[in-house]
Design a protein around this ligand. Structure first.
Ligand SMILES: [Zn+2]
Length: 205
């Protein structure tokens, strides 16, 4: 049995009938509402609005992946993370104490104070590292299978934006998280600032 396509290319007589059929069927589609999908301004605007409201494939901190690998290393969690946090806190305490001591009692040369700056920055960095680790660990642990650094954002939808005078807008969002390990997913409401939203969109600031 030959298909209609073969018929139209094989004989001119048959193709006339086909043309008639095609026109009538296209009219049917148009009457059924096909005309709504055109390149009008409104359709494009709606598409744009949908694109910006929904963030599919949100960009999350690359540290989640890094920590996921690092936790598998021996001593990383038992010594390195608490060690860096404690060292950082000690460094900050000692340097602030020293500055306080110098300003109250002794008079240290300016050069001593400037050498202290890298120690303070380094200490703050160490504390920040530990804090980030704890935050991301908490955020990315799957409540179902208990695996860590796998429970990631799958989609973020901005439900509403509260515009504040002189302050940053609040984005009321719905976050869908999916476990990379067991597939468990959940939806939670979250309030975020514009920076967090930009980061999720992949526009790192
Ligand atoms: Zn899981």
């Amino acid at each position: 049995m030959a298909s209609t396509e073969d018929d139209s290319s094989a004989s001119g007589g048959a193709s006339n009938e086909n043309v008639g059929d095609n026109i009538s069927s296209m009219e049917g589609v148009a009457a059924g509402g096909f005309m709504i999908i055109d390149q009008s301004e409104t359709v494009n605007q709606q598409a744009e609005a949908n694109r910006t409201r929904k963030i599919t494939n949100p960009t999350q901190s690359m540290w989640i992946d890094v920590f996921g690998v690092l936790t598998k290393l021996p001593y990383f969690e038992s010594y390195l993370v608490p060690g860096s946090a404690v060292t950082g806190l000690l460094g900050l305490t000692v340097s602030f104490g020293w500055v306080l001591y110098q300003s109250q009692i002794a008079t240290a040369p300016i050069s001593d104070l400037t050498t202290l700056l890298p120690i303070m920055l380094g200490s703050a960095g160490l504390v920040g590292f530990g804090a980030l680790y704890l935050e991301l660990d908490d955020e990315s642990e799957c409540p179902e299978c208990g695996k860590r650094f796998v429970y990631l954002y799958d989609e973020v939808e901005i439900l509403d934006v509260t515009e504040l005078e002189g302050r940053e807008n609040i984005y009321h969002s719905e976050v869908t998280k999916v476990c990379e390990s067991c597939g468990h997913s959940s939806v939670e409401q979250k309030e975020m600032g514009p920076e967090a939203i930009d980061r999720l969109r992949g526009k790192s600031s």
